[in-house]
Design a protein around this ligand. Structure first.
Ligand SMILES: [Zn+2]
Length: 127
């Protein structure tokens, strides 16, 4: 093999159907947050199901990824506030730029806990 054919081999990309290797661990959580964001969004142009939306009530708070990089910012600064916080269970989620990307959370949820949080967050009405 010459050098050119070696380069061709290195550039192969393989696409597989979503779910082929089983469910992704965060799939339910990601779907839950997207649904909550879309439900509470007041701005159709903000792409809430992708980025989240700004909402704060007695059940949960949500805030899209912040780009300000200010040290005084709750999300960018030392506090590192979560992008999603379910207050009764103290469940917190952080993501990078859009929901699902680099997502981190402070504890694992069972499917039933996820369903309960989703239900509570959809029942609460914003002012
Ligand atoms: Zn910020």
């Amino acid at each position: 093999m010459n050098q050119e054919s070696n380069n061709l081999v290195e550039n192969i990309e393989v696409y597989v159907p979503m779910g082929m290797f089983g469910a992704r661990k965060d799939y339910l959580l990601e779907a839950m947050i997207r649904a909550i964001a879309e439900y509470h969004s007041k701005d159709e142009g903000e792409w809430s199901d992708k980025y989240g939306t700004a909402v704060d009530n007695c059940v949960f708070s949500m805030r899209p990824y912040c780009w300000c990089e200010s040290e005084d910012c709750r999300w960018c600064g030392e506090e590192g506030a979560p992008n999603f916080h379910h207050k009764p269970s103290d469940f917190k989620v952080w993501w990078y730029k859009y929901i699902g990307r680099g997502m981190q959370y402070n504890k694992e949820l069972t499917a039933i806990e996820c369903a309960e949080i989703l239900s509570e967050c959809l029942k609460i009405r914003d002012n």
